[in-house]
Write a protein of this length. Structure first.
Length: 92
């Protein structure tokens, strides 16, 4: 079966829309997990720790001569990497 370029573009467009919709469902699952299963004190501790890591890293980046927007991008990328690496370790 041959597919025309027009059909392929339509299929890709439909799949992108489906994936966006699935992503919205995932966010709802995340909100449910946070609201139902997460310990509030542990979440507060986690949030405070991430905030401390962020502020410490921003201060260090500024001292190293980075501009705020440049430091912000680098620090957030570092935090994301740490979290993603930890998530990879959590697989059941």
């Amino acid at each position: 079966m041959k597919i025309t370029k027009r059909q392929l573009k339509r299929i890709i467009k439909e799949e992108k829309a489906r994936l966006r919709e699935y992503g919205d469902q995932q966010q709802s699952a995340a909100d449910r997990a946070i609201g139902t299963y997460f310990d509030v004190r542990m979440m507060e501790s986690f949030t405070a720790l991430v905030d401390d890591i962020y502020n410490n890293a921003m201060d260090a980046a500024r001292e190293d001569g980075m501009l705020d927007d440049e430091a912000y991008d680098a620090v957030l990328a570092g935090i994301r990497k740490l979290v993603e690496e930890e998530i990879m370790e959590m697989r059941y």
